[in-house]
Design a protein around this ligand. Structure first.
Ligand SMILES: *Cc1c(COP(=O)(O)O)cnc(C)c1O
Length: 376
């Protein structure tokens, strides 16, 4: 039993085949269609598709003018890409601790990391659970900081009834379409914003700064179009082949979310009676997308031993998200201990959860946990 399995079927296979037959594989009509579907799902004014979540984070930081000399507050407990993107933009990630039970950025720790160079907060919606945006946005407003949302895992999540990444959040929100996420295009990502001027620059920067998209050049009749390159960009384009695979999943997003949430409730109920295994929280006002279901092991229970016991029964699990400030590539910038991030990185364990997981399979995971913890 894998830790996850993408929700792909005949519809996605057919969509990919149709793009191949069309002869247009690179960014074009399908990417535009995916952007439109995401705008509708989020209620967002603008969506710009990109080649990955990491590329999206890099562009989001860049269009806000963040660069050398600027510090960006980032929760240490996250996928390493959150901090890498800050460095790609030329800025410096400054790590902040997380809350012990939601695993999300602790708004009370922001003040401890503030310096005269702080310019922005990169808030991560951990494993699909919305962070405390109200408190974070209020802090940012007081301190004059921009807020960017790393919503890589949070497509479909809701904060106080509103979709994460839609209006009411940070200046920009970034999603990922990696196969570990809710909707996948193989590799891919998207940036959502209410700011049309930022979106226009993002479109330019994802395509080498070329003001005329390939589709427009292709469609031009009569006079050949004049090329213009107003600024230096990257090749961060999504392809039509990828977008076509994402579209059917996006149409099923509500169904995919409901299935993940139902499976999470079943784990919650079963784990409540298991000693030493704490199920994840869903705080008031937050609707979890359950990109991952991560439990915390209490006391001296060995995570490694538990992982081995489950693997012996054919069940894959994963260690927690990393504490980035402890990784070799980022240690050099660590300024202080972040006890909660460090503890959760050591004690967190992810269990299989994906829409195609049957209840019988989930019961096998639960039975294996019961046996391994000797609680029955
Ligand atoms: C997956 C992920 C990313 C990176 O997304 P890619 O599409 O793999 O580049 C960034 N941040 C978080 C929190 C993620 O989980």
């Amino acid at each position: 039993m894998p830790i996850t399995r993408p929700a792909l079927g005949e519809e996605e296979a057919l969509a990919a085949a149709q793009v191949v037959r069309s002869g247009w594989l690179a960014m074009g009509a399908k990417v535009a269609e995916l952007e439109g579907a995401l705008r509708a799902a989020l209620g967002a004014r603008e969506v710009v598709a990109v080649s990955s979540g990491t590329a999206g984070l890099h562009l989001a930081l860049h269009v806000l003018g963040l660069g050398p000399g600027d510090e960006v507050l980032v929760p240490s407990l996250s996928f390493v890409a959150s901090a890498n993107a800050v460095l790609h933009a030329g800025a410096t990630p400054v790590f902040v601790d997380v809350e012990p039970r939601s695993f999300n950025l602790d708004p009370r720790d922001l003040a401890h990391a503030l310096t005269p160079r702080t310019r922005a907060i990169l808030v991560v919606h951990q494993l699909g659970l919305p962070a405390e945006l109200d408190a974070i946005l209020a802090f940012a407003a007081r301190a004059g900081l921009a807020v960017i949302e790393d919503a890589a895992c949070a497509l479909g999540a809701r904060y106080r009834g509103r979709p994460v990444g839609g209006p009411g959040g940070g200046r920009l929100a970034v999603f990922s379409f990696h196969p570990r996420k809710l909707v996948t295009t193989g590799e891919g990502g998207a940036i959502a914003t209410e700011d049309a001027a930022l979106a226009e620059r993002l479109r330019l920067l994802r395509a080498q700064g070329l003001a005329i998209p390939a589709g427009a050049r292709h469609a031009a009749t009569g006079e050949p179009l004049e090329e213009e390159v107003p600024e230096v960009g990257w090749n961060y384009r999504l392809t039509d082949l990828q977008a076509a695979v994402g579209l059917p999943q996006l149409r099923r997003l509500d169904e995919l979310l409901a299935r993940r949430r139902a499976l999470a409730r079943r784990y919650d109920a079963a784990l409540a009676s298991l000693p030493g295994i704490l199920p994840p929280l869903e705080p008031e006002g937050c609707e979890h997308a359950y990109q991952s279901y991560m439990v915390l092991l209490e006391g001296d229970r060995s995570r490694r031993e538990l992982m081995v016991r489950l693997l012996e029964r054919g069940i894959a699990t994963r260690r927690a998200v990393t504490a980035i400030h402890e990784l070799a590539a980022h240690r050099v910038r660590a300024r202080r201990a972040l006890p909660e991030s460090e503890r959760i990185a050591r004690r967190g364990l992810m269990l299989p959860l994906f829409p195609g997981l049957s209840e019988a399979e989930q019961d096998e995971v639960i039975a294996a946990l019961v046996e391994a913890t000797g609680s029955r």
